[in-house]
Design a protein around this ligand. Sequence first.
Ligand code: NDP
Length: 480
Amino acid sequence: MDKLKNYINGILTTPYSNNYINVHDPSTSEVFTMIPDSNAEDVQLAVESAEKVFPEWSELPVEIRSGYLMKIAELIKKNLDKFAHAECMDNGKPLWLAKSVDIPRAVKNFEFFASAVMQFSSESHMSDNVALNYTLRQPLGIIGAISPWNLPLYLFTWKIAPALAAGNCVIAKPSEITPLTAFLLSEICIEANLPGGVLNIIHGYGHTAGSAIVSHPKIKAITFTGGTKTGETIAKIAAPMFKKLSLELGGKNPNIIFADCNFTEMLETTVQSSFRNQGEICLCGSRIFVERKIYEKFKNDFVERVKKLKVGDPLKDDTDLGAIVSKQHFEKILYYIDLAEKEGGKILCGGKQVKPEGRCKDGWFIEPTVIEGLPFDCRTNQEEIFGPVVTITPFETEEEVLMMANSTEYGLASIIWTENLSRAHRLSSKIKTGIVWINCWMHRDLRTPFGGMKNSGVGREGGEEALRFFTEARNVCVKM
Ligand code: NDP
């Protein structure tokens, strides 16, 4: 079996420990490759190579850095099918989804920041004709980037591209559950002749390789996407070292449906926002609140529509939901479905493991599940499940639904369906989430600030926010 390698100092390397970790295809449960079980020694090598190349990389004319990013984007695009197959095998998501969303978005991340950095400017302030101040924005140095398994290349490149564009060197760790596209990215960087050490990709566990990145004193900033608990652990290590931190964490997003909405459009989008990528998108709306007047109609139409979704082989074009990413996550989701029943919830559809025939018979599949009858403050409605499970709850008034929507520790995203725009704006300003979608879901303009409130995160990514995060702002004051 082929073993994947780390990418350090521009070359593919074996891990210092010489130990490897099995990687499973969730649609069959079979082990299909192995990745380095890296540790602090591998991270140290990466830091040394990044340190060496940083002066040269950070001082390159911005057009040249931008050119490298464009070249990487072009090569990913050229290999789109290969990347999409890898993402599908690693994560269990439908191949069509990887082809149409994940990989094109990774390409866009490089293209977008290659272009954004060319427009990046900074402020100047004239102080009463006495002094001119200008803000010098310089790269931070070496950045640690750690990403999760749900949108592997999409989120990995969302961090790497702006950090490199701004002139930093990066040491990045993908989730050990979904490392394959990150490895393919190493091969692409070699083909693009990216100078050695500018980007280093280290594979391994979070508690070893990830932790070594977070605690290395020469790594100046950490950009992390993952669970809230892990974010807390990272903050505890990084904060006393005064590292810059960007934490994109968990969510429990409300989807609020008023009776005056465009029902057809809402229904179609709500099926997507509930179950796209097996519900394993941090932006999925897992708590659906429906105005009492249309509750029964919504319930019947929604359940009828959800029952038609096909769960099974991610390679098939007509598959709506593929496999759950790992056995551990599969068991966690089933645990929560069981908990929902114990808490008094009624399962309207789904709730069980799916055992497809043929090649996927041993894979980890779960039916899309809709549950009603739960109080808004029970564990099922407060804790992140991150799978194909939604609850539906009726509401009477705007005040009531706002209270329920804001009742969790999370504040990542929300969705509001209404044709009453005054109400939509009023609610948007009161709902405690970093992103509010009105009459839509997952429209992403890469220039906008992205991130969560409360325990869903600290800091913002996207557009100028990202370029600002990855640079140090300094004030230069010149007396006139
Ligand atoms: P985890 O927090 O378990 O892991 C995320 C990454 O952190 C992985 O690479 C992991 O490695 C690594 N890691 C784990 N422990 C440490 C540590 N002590 N030090 C450094 N790195 C560590 O999240 P999941 O991968 O399970 O992803 C799912 C979570 O991500 C959900 O909560 C979801 O909401 C959130 N998410 C948030 C998004 C947002 O934009 N706000 C977007 C997408 C997902 P390893 O795999 O080895 O554990």
